[in-house]
Write a protein that binds this ligand. Structure first.
Ligand code: USQ
Length: 397
């Protein structure tokens, strides 16, 4: 297949590009490199030293003989260029990662909220409009988030996207209707992915676009089979308070002797997936495209759930790190249970990699190897969800 990977320079986009190129697909990475600019804005860098995207593509070509084509293009502001590119290249599939993906970054200030909404919603809508206008019938696979559901399973498992509800009919009878599972985003970032769902629903129903939305959990790990093949193919690794995700943060904190930064009681339960499974799920979703006029296909792309303080205790036990219980900068339930259905990927053949000490050791090893690149002052999470929380966090970061 000819596949366009929008956001192919990012944490999941890059290993996906390598994985699909390895499988023999023709890959086109479209990216505006905004993630690299945001590093510059925040004054942080990936724990792992990353080469330019052009250099990464060159190394892959030298190693494998396969080409990764890179196109510098901003989806959210360059609609005409996007449409022209789609029309001229007619990809069979488009994978859409090209959104600002950090909840804390999206909550930093009003400017960051506005940026996240403008960037994410325009990117998604521009893409949908361009697909309709060019009529190329590509399968669109979007990286969504488990966070669209909120994180409470109210004693019942969260289904894969849809819920059947019963309604009282006017004649006294009962009717059933299938609806998108109600969204309950916990940040402006998660809100944009909730809005994306409505855009997808409309364009699937109105124009017959074939769309798969992957509601992904928190990714952990850093290497995949392909990023391991050469030092210069290494994946990015975020550890800072805005972009670092919880388990990877705990592992780097343990490696540099920083207390593990548990927010509040650490009672939040979240869904997780290893980076290698994440790229495999995208492969599986691509191979099982919906047909025109199908509803949007939704998968829960996660393999297990864990409570944050249990993860902290596991990492502390493995490494001897201390655990620090800090004021929570986020507005989120202190404790929640979470049960999630994920049968669709299992039925398609996903054999999940679950949290194992061996794999955690691998991340600790990466963290130790590059610990000299860590700026400890960027480890605390200080982006607060409300002005009240901001005061608490400033006093006790
Ligand atoms: N947390 C801590 N300590 C930390 C960092 C986080 O206790 O040092 C807690 C947070 O308060 C939260 C949980 O860990 O309760 C998860 O935080 P996170 O930063 O790992 O994950 P989140 O903000 O939800 O976002 C990440 C990705 C996002 C993706 C989402 C999937 O950045 O792109 O969509 O995970 S999910 O969480 O399932 O919605």
């Amino acid at each position: 297949m000819k596949i366009a990977i929008l956001g192919g320079d990012g944490f999941v986009g890059w290993p996906t590009a390598l994985h699909l190129s390895h499988l023999g697909h023709e890959i086109h990475i479209i990216d505006n490199l905004s993630r690299r600019w945001i590093d510059t804005e925040l004054g942080v860098q990936s724990l792992t030293p990353m080469d330019s995207i052009q250099e990464r593509c060159r190394v892959w070509h030298e190693l494998t003989g396969r080409r990764l084509n890179f196109h510098l293009l901003d989806l959210s502001s360059e609609y005409e260029r996007l449409k022209t590119w789609m029309g001229e290249n007619a990809p069979d599939a488009v994978i859409h990662f090209a959104e600002q993906r950090a909840a804390p970054y999206s909550m930093k200030s009003d400017r960051h909220k506005v940026y996240t909404v403008n960037n994410n919603i325009n990117a998604t809508h521009n893409l949908l409009a361009a697909l309709v206008e060019t009529g190329i019938d590509a399968h669109l696979v979007h990286l969504g988030t488990m966070g669209v559901y909120g994180y409470s399973s109210v004693g019942a498992a969260i289904p894969e996207g849809y819920l059947t509800v019963e309604l009282d009919k006017l004649d006294g009878g009962r009717a059933t209707q299938e609806i998108l599972y109600p969204t309950k985003p916990g940040s402006v970032y998660h809100m944009t992915k909730s809005l994306d769902q409505i855009l997808f629903q409309f364009y699937a129903q109105n124009d017959g676009l074939r769309i798969t939305d992957l509601h992904q959990g928190i990714v952990w790990g850093t290497h995949t089979d392909q990023t391991r093949r050469h030092d210069q193919l290494i994946n990015r690794f975020d550890y800072d308070g805005d972009y670092g995700t919880v388990l990877n943060r705990f592992l780097i904190q343990a490696a540099i002797g920083h207390p593990l930064t548990v927010h509040g009681t650490g009672g939040q339960t979240r869904a997780f997936i290893h980076i290698q499974d994440s790229v495999r799920c995208i492969e599986l979703a691509l191979a099982d495209a919906p047909k025109a006029r199908d509803r949007v296909r939704i998968f829960n792309q996660m393999t297990e759930t864990h409570r944050v303080r249990d993860l902290a205790e596991l990492v502390a036990m493995m490494t001897g790190a201390e655990v620090a219980y800090l004021p929570n900068p986020r507005k989120e339930a202190a404790e929640n249970d979470l049960v999630v259905r994920n049968e669709q990927f299992l039925e398609l053949g996903l054999d999940p990699i679950t949290l194992q000490e061996g794999l955690l050791d691998e991340v600790v090893d990466v963290a130790k190897k590059f610990a000299y690149r860590v700026d400890r002052s960027r480890v605390p999470a200080v982006s607060a969800w409300t002005k009240d929380l901001s005061q608490k966090v400033e006093h006790d970061p």
